[in-house]
Ligand binder design. Structure first.
Ligand code: PEP
Ligand code: MG
Length: 412
């Protein structure tokens, strides 16, 4: 057992250039766990609050004032560390200390414990299970809240090398499709600037259908068949389009509106036409019944909740009750602490809801989420295709597979 001997934080910047908090936990005066919190742009209504009203500086002040409460704790005792955070903030959304602080303290403690145990983080989190590699799922074309005017309303078109037998091949295939898509976009629009959105996906001036067509074309140009070597996914991020007052989905950029029924048909047509393996938040975050309709219709697609389930075990339990989704995103900072997120993962795994561990659009160059994806038996790891803060997570999977820590790819 190693004991926490120091804990300190600092304010620094994420990949979007926004302020965030980083925490260092040291055990036995030498084993360092360092974690920097990410943050989202399309944020679910029921997510943990990232920071209190005073921002990252206020979270840092709270940590500094209470650091003594963590000294002497066993750094691998996630429950006690979680409870210590809860003693500072008993709200259900971390509005007092900030979910970002809960994220950084809990993961940094487990990282520090892993250093002292001389084992990778995923083993500390899940000591007894066989480790499988999640399939990388990455954004190749972005719009919505992650890119500017003129781009698609749909937030993300994603690639997943579902036919790959190794992580090396899966990553290389995703990269090849991303590269080929640039060529297709340049042909389509000679003025395409090669601009990219927050997660590294191309951000062209295209409406939704055309964006999907060029993505499919890039796969076909490489000789791939959709649904075989590679599959497409979409994060509709539909809460961005949902207008509560009008009771409609407003597609500002494409210039149309969908009623609830039309939105279900709109998503269903895309799932069908592009043989999607993955469809995230196809309806807004409170439309559980509408999600259930799509889940029943597409048993071979991962009909996934993100803003719908917000890494909350209680909300997931409600979703399971009405079969609203057959897959769910796990973003630790939606829940707050790693302890909360692992509880959510247990509920998902016990109920055959497939997990996809995910980055946020504003990221750090840390790679602990690759370990969290393995430890939670996630089927996919949604971390982008290019960009230093995205590739850091993919490279960590390669490092682990190079050491024979993981045996084979997950079964989707
Ligand atoms: C998402 O919506 O799945 C996502 C990663 O974006 P953000 O981090 O902006 O919520
Ligand atoms: Mg999403």
């Amino acid at each position: 057992m190693s004991k926490i001997t120091s804990i300190e934080g600092r304010v620094l910047f994420n990949s979007r250039g926004s302020k965030t908090i980083e925490v260092d936990v040291k055990s036995d005066n030498k084993f360092l766990g360092r974690v920097c919190a990410p943050s989202g742009a399309s944020v679910g209504k029921y997510e943990a609050t990232s920071f209190p009203s005073g921002g990252p500086e206020e979270s840092l002040k709270i940590l500094t004032q209470n650091s003594q409460k963590f000294i002497g704790l066993d750094s691998s005792d996630l429950k006690t560390i979680h409870e210590t955070l809860k003693s500072l903030d008993n709200t259900n959304n971390y509005s007092v200390i900030g979910g970002a602080l809960a994220f950084a303290v809990t993961i940094a403690s487990m990282e520090s414990a892993s250093q002292s145990l001389e084992q990778p983080l995923f083993k500390t989190l899940s000591p007894n299970s066989e480790a499988k590699c999640p399939f990388p799922l990455g954004n190749i074309l972005g719009g919505g809240a992650h890119a500017g005017p003129g781009t698609p309303d749909i937030q993300e078109i994603l690639i997943c090398a579902t036919g790959s037998k190794t992580i090396e091949n899966a990553i290389e295939t995703n990269l090849a499709v991303h590269k080929e898509l640039r060529k297709v976009l340049e042909k389509e629009d000679p003025n395409f600037t090669n601009g990219r959105g927050d997660e590294g996906g191309w951000a062209p001036k295209l409406e939704n259908q055309k964006a999907l067509e060029v993505s499919a074309k890039a796969c076909e140009n490489l000789g791939f068949t959709l649904g075989k070597e590679v599959s497409l996914g979409v994060d509709f991020a539909s809460s961005t389009q949902w207008n509560e007052e009008k009771g409609k989905y407003i597609y500002d950029r494409a210039g149309f509106e969908n009623s609830t029924g039309e939105q279900i048909d709109f998503a269903a047509d895309i799932i069908d036409k592009f043989k999607l393996i993955y469809a995230e938040d196809a309806v807004h975050e409170e439309a559980f019944e509408d999600m259930a309709e799509l889940t029943a219709k597409f048993p071979n697609t991962l009909v996934t909740g993100d803003d719908l389930t917000v890494t909350s075990k209680d909300i997931l339990t409600k979703a399971i009750g009405i079969k609203a989704c057959n897959a769910a995103i796990l973003k630790v900072n939606q829940a707050g602490s790693l302890y909360d997120a692992l509880e959510f993962a247990d509920v998902a795994n016990q109920n055959n809801v497939r997990l996809i561990t995910s980055h946020r659009s504003g990221e750090s160059t840390d790679s602990q989420i690759s370990h969290i994806g393995i430890a939670t038996k996630s089927k996919m790891l949604k971390v982008g295709v290019v960009g230093g803060e995205r590739v850091a997570k993919l490279n960590e999977l390669l490092r682990l597979s190079g050491h024979d820590f993981i045996c084979g790819m997950a079964e989707i």
